[in-house]
Design a protein. Structure first.
Length: 279
């Protein structure tokens, strides 16, 4: 079976790409149609569009993630394959206007897992061994993933490759990967990863995943409104025009308008505040 490193744009999965060579490295990009979130460099926008085979306007992650993936490819000296499914805007429409939340957690599946699955079946045409960036202290995440594999150790996802006679999608359970966790196996912790990247020519965002990820705390989201006002306004706008809210007890508009009693910096937050996108 072919091996695939699943890349998120963070230091951990990038560490895997640099230290555990695979047959393929693949990265799924979250996009938006909102021109208020446009990536500022037109030349780089075209480079990204060419890589994914679709128009790239902007991402709802920190723009630095684009630099990360371009830098990382140069650093490891091996191609990184980019893929991208529907934009976040299109994904919400596809879900009948309902926003993702802790009950309907579809954003990772639709914008990370499924684009990678379809890429695997288009390019490799069979299931793969996939490395995930879970560190030595994240055994619970690995156990949770492994609790969902089938009797042969494969992760299954419902996918469609054809249409029924009436035009509806024909859905089926598809095996797409056997998960592996090299950092857990080799007892690699965050401090090992941070030390590795010191002085290396790869730029990283303070936090990867969508800047408005609803797993994040309200205080961190407030800080994100200061750092990424246009992207965070996208999240607030979705709550105004769509069905539901991202978080149960507070809207993003309320978070935006909070007046904090003390100034916060990103050093006041840690990884537990950042949320997980599942890859």
């Amino acid at each position: 079976m072919k091996t695939v490193n699943s890349l998120s744009g963070g230091k951990t999965s990038s560490y895997i790409a640099a230290n555990y060579p695979a047959d393929y490295n693949v990265f799924a990009l979250v996009r938006t149609d909102d021109k208020n979130c446009i990536y500022p460099d037109a030349k780089v926008r075209q480079i990204v569009s060419d890589k994914i085979g679709k128009e790239f306007i902007g991402t709802l992650e920190d723009d630095i993630i684009i630099d990360t993936m371009l830098d990382l490819e140069q650093f490891i000296g091996k191609k990184i394959h980019w893929t991208s499914g529907k934009t976040f805007d299109e994904t919400i429409e596809y879900k009948s206007g309902y926003l993702p939340n802790k009950v309907a957690r579809y954003c990772t599946t639709e914008m990370k897992t499924m684009p990678i699955l379809y890429w695997i079946y288009e390019i490799i045409k069979e299931p793969v061994v996939m490395r995930f960036g879970y560190r030595a202290n994240e055994t619970n995440r690995a156990k949770n993933m492994m609790s969902k594999v089938d009797e042969k150790g494969f992760t299954k996802v419902k996918a469609t490759f054809s249409k029924l006679k009436d035009g509806r999608n024909s859905w089926q359970d598809v095996r797409y990967c056997k998960p592996q966790f090299p950092l857990i196996n080799d007892n690699i912790y965050k401090d090992n990863i941070e030390a590795f990247w010191v002085g290396k020519p790869v730029r990283f965002a303070y936090m990867n995943n969508c800047v408005g990820c609803w797993w994040r705390s309200e205080l961190l989201l407030k800080k994100m409104f200061e750092k990424h006002p246009n992207k965070m306004e996208w999240f607030a706008k979705q709550e105004r025009i769509r069905k539901g809210t991202f978080k149960k007890d507070v809207t993003y508009d309320k978070i935006k308008n909070w007046e904090l009693q003390t100034e916060l910096s990103f050093d006041d937050f840690n990884e537990c505040d950042s949320g997980y996108c599942g890859l």
